[in-house]
Design a protein around this ligand. Sequence first.
Ligand SMILES: Cc1ncc(COP(=O)(O)O)c(C=O)c1O
Length: 480
Amino acid sequence: MIERPLRDDAPLLDAYLSALDEDRFDFIIPGHKRRAGLLDEGLGRVVDADVPLYGGLDTIKQSVGTLHEAERRAAAYYDADWCRFSTGGSTHTNQALALALGRPGDVVIVARSLHRSMLLGLVLADFRPVWLPTQLDAESGLPVGVATEDVATALRLNPRAAALILTEPGYLGTTSDVATISELAHRYDVPVIVDQAWGAHFGAHPDLPRHALAYGADALVTSTHKLLVGYSQASVVAARTERLNVDRLNRGFDATQTTSPAGAILASSDAARALLETRGVELIGRVLSLVRAARERLRTEVPGLVIPDELSFPVGRFDPTRLILQLAPIGADGVVVERHLLKQHVSLESADRDTLLPIITVTDTDESLTALLDRLVPVLNDAVGTPRRRSTALSWLVNPVQSLSPREAFFAPRERVDAAEAVGRVSAELVAPYPPGVPVLAPGEVVTRELLDGLLDAARSGVRIAYAADPTLSTIEVVA
Ligand SMILES: Cc1ncc(COP(=O)(O)O)c(C=O)c1O
């Protein structure tokens, strides 16, 4: 059977490829006009496949409506009323949703495991967060979303909240009970917004959790570049409009979307949707078998290594394509393991002392997994040491005292003080171990000794601590 090319089901991909094949006489931006290779071969390799949306995938006047058609198809895929493609990552789409909710000063109920992009969305929209603590799985120490009971209490105390904002799945692939939580929120007519950056494939195979809208949420954001085949920065936002307003959604989105979107990014989101629709079950099925086989081999060849799977969590609350290696029981140091792997040109999505996270996606094969495991197994066995107790990363332990709203603190006069003196003061800055990018210090929250010591410990153990005004953390910016 001849496989139907994806471009037949993906109008933006088709437009992108057609534009690449055309002889054109462009007197528009981008200034490279796809002829930068005439000036320098290397520069040409970078920019000569760059086709813009305006004057590339569609006319400058958008007379063909290619983007609109692709977004309409994606909306249908999610059974949504509204969908937009972003070239600014889920950072942009999270903030677009924040700008589409409520009024300045409104309360929003938010999972404290939120990504920094959404926290800055709260700054932009001037919301007052009521935080939901991260629930931990007693056995693995891994974060498992928010507790339904905590959501129920927060809703009872804040029945007029502008929204309930969740991060599903969390960075390690676990989810809250989104269906029950959405139903609870809707009793108060509170819209449920889900940052599903790490769940672009959700709903594409019966063994995966469904996507957030299928569980009743009102809006979702997803990064097609993370676990699918999107170009870097590709993100999609989809919403139902029973509790959200289309004009607000468009205004929120357009406020910070570039006026010069790159065609490759948009075309890749379109293609990712078409791929899931036409071959999702087959491709995700293959990822699932690859990951299951990898777990088996690792368990056999590295005795004691702990690798959670779908049986480790309540049914439907874990992404079974996630391969999470917990190193404490074998006493290995993940940062050292990563260093050895990098020397062999193997890079992992995340490596801290206790956890390694290789990302396996629809582009992996038996060969790529074998190449990974042939290198990983010996390095892990060489790194085996004295078993440690499993610990939970600082990002999942934050349960702050909010002293000022994020926006008040973001714009407040600030001063830099020695870290010891910052304890008890209100943070003016956002500091996040990256990955996962969950703020540990956030504007408006009281700085504690535990958080500071935890950040210093994480930095010492080789974790990148991002966005701190003073990367050594010897001083902290607090509200003056
Ligand atoms: C939960 C979550 N939301 C949003 C983002 C931002 O996504 P993007 O990199 O597409 O801007 C990230 C990035 O890591 C994330 O982990």
